[in-house]
Design a protein around this ligand. Structure first.
Ligand SMILES: Cc1cc2nc3c(=O)[nH]c(=O)nc-3n(C[C@H](O)[C@H](O)[C@H](O)COP(=O)(O)OP(=O)(O)OC[C@H]3O[C@@H](n4cnc5c(N)ncnc54)[C@H](O)[C@@H]3O)c2cc1C
Length: 455
């Protein structure tokens, strides 16, 4: 039962105070657009706060992207080891929010329960109170609803999704099977290799494994420095380098990848092949069926295990919104440039994509686009209409020059080079300046919170 309806038609609503919501808040401040943020948890930081109920991060989570490439514009990570731990990431996000004074715009412990369209505005209901907003930015994250594959049979041990894995202690004296070889699956499998009695990883297909560092630097820095290479040449160089370094992956008992390198989300992991070659982790193919504690595989082999961890990805979900308002492609969002709805000129999705590069620098470009679009709508300068015309003509596919292999996780895939090229082209067409670090300088508090982060 609604007690009252508050008119907020002059402002915009951001759902979520994770990295996406924070990036959007800073972009709105820089553009002078009024907004409110609602966050169901008691603090900022999104999934990087291990106390945020339901977060998929586990005790030893580190970035796979490097510290150098992962920061927001004008606010780099402080010096430290190449790949920040989750504690450093959450400290960084707090420093970011404090430096730009974002927390005062956030309503904490305020879960958005419903978002409904009415007369061209959005009614946002939080704890029985409804507010009417000019626009809604869904920045509520895409790692909260687990995806489980359908596997015939039943398992009578402990089974859970990787989002519920927390600590290597959970593997002690256990025979463990990890299903899925994405970045989380491989990380968790190496923890199982070092702590479980027996550890196995089931992979449906062959993968390319990239080391986290190449030629003495993080792989993403190496890739950026070589962005001048045409895609096919880059693919050839990476393929040859891995052949020289790792040789034939079937020697490890792995399946030979059917796709070429860079045609699937890269698996950045320097430990998994070492764990396999030490015999601490045993690769298995796809599962055929489960039977009590026995897992049968498609190659006719079987193992007995005590627990299964499903590292099988996530589905984008918006429990507060009728799904017909969203354009879908498989499990993912099919909005123009992953964020602009073609059905509603005032509904946006931010952070709903899979990609091959650090996420924060992308989020802030998406956030800048949304802010400029809404400013244009408000000032009636026409670029918003032009953008929608482009959105209705173009797919806005950011997957790049190659056909990514057919996998649900590639339905909303963003290749970082393609994305940056597309953004530059779009901004040129619309006459928008590309954002630069100086856009945010005046928003900084006098006391720079960067110094408060412990590296
Ligand atoms: C294991 C793992 C490793 C990763 N490694 C990297 C990496 O190396 N580099 C990298 O750049 N990225 C990495 N990521 C991607 C990561 O998702 C992003 O860094 C970032 O957290 C995305 O931010 P977000 O704000 O979109 O989503 P989230 O961080 O999920 O934040 C969403 C926020 O919305 C809130 N919320 C949800 N629903 C509601 C509601 N109804 N009402 C109010 N609030 C709501 C949530 O509480 C949460 O605080 C990794 C992700 C995972 C899971």
């Amino acid at each position: 039962m609604h007690t009252n309806v508050i008119d907020c038609k002059d402002r915009h609503c951001i759902i979520g105070a994770g990295p996406s919501g924070l990036a959007q808040a800073r972009a709105f401040l820089a553009m002078g657009l009024p907004f409110d943020v609602f966050e169901r948890h008691k603090d900022i930081g999104g999934l990087w706060d291990i106390d945020n109920p339901g977060t998929p991060v586990y005790a030893n989570t580190h970035f796979v992207s490097s510290r150098t490439e992962s920061g927001f514009m004008g606010f780099p990570f402080p010096p430290g080891a190449d790949f920040p731990r989750r504690e450093e990431i959450i400290a960084y996000l707090h420093a970011f929010s404090d430096t730009y004074g974002l927390k005062k715009y956030i309503h904490f412990s305020s879960e958005v329960e419903r978002v409904e369209q009415k007369d061209g505005f959005w009614q946002v209901t939080v704890q029985n109170q409804t507010r009417v907003y000019r626009s809604v930015i869904c920045a509520s994250g895409m790692h909260w609803e687990p995806n489980f594959p359908k596997i015939p049979g039943t398992f009578n041990g402990w089974q859970r999704h990787s989002k519920d894995y927390r600590n290597p202690e959970e593997f002690k004296n256990q025979r463990v099977l990890i299903i899925g070889a994405g970045n989380s699956g491989c990380d968790i499998a190496t923890e199982a290799a070092r702590n479980a009695q027996e550890a196995y990883i089931s992979m449906r297909r062959g993968y390319h494994f990239l080391p986290k560092t190449m030629f003495g630097k993080p792989a993403d820095i190496y890739e950026r420095e070589n962005e001048w290479m045409p895609f096919r040449f880059r693919q050839w160089v990476f393929g040859h380098m891995l052949n020289v370094l790792l040789g034939d992956l079937t020697r490890y008992g792995l399946q030979k990848p059917k796709h070429r390198i860079l045609e699937s989300q890269p698996i950045l992991n320097s430990d998994i092949l070492s764990c396999i070659s030490h015999g601490d982790l045993r690769p298995k193919p796809d599962i055929q069926r489960l039977d009590g504690s026995t897992v049968h595989f498609v190659d006719g082999s079987s193992i007995d295990v005590d627990q299964i961890v499903y590292a099988t990805g996530y589905k984008a979900s918006f429990p507060y919104l009728n799904t017909e308002h969203i354009e879908w492609a498989g499990h993912g969002v099919a909005h123009f440039m992953t964020c602009f709805s073609r059905k509603h000129s005032n509904l946006f999705t931010l952070g709903f994509y899979e990609g091959n590069a650090a996420v924060f620098p992308h989020l802030e470009l998406f956030a800048d686009m949304i802010a400029r679009y809404l400013l244009s709508q408000e000032q009636k300068t026409g670029q918003d209409k032009r953008l929608l015309e482009i959105a209705n003509k173009e797919q806005g596919d950011l997957r790049g020059p190659i056909q990514m292999i057919d996998s649900p996780r590639h339905s909303a895939y963003c290749d970082w080079l393609t994305f940056r090229k597309r953004v530059r082209k779009l901004y040129r067409k619309l006459g928008w300046p590309m954002p630069v670090a100086e856009d945010f300088t005046t928003l900084r508090n006098c006391s720079d919170s960067l110094s408060q982060i412990t590296a």
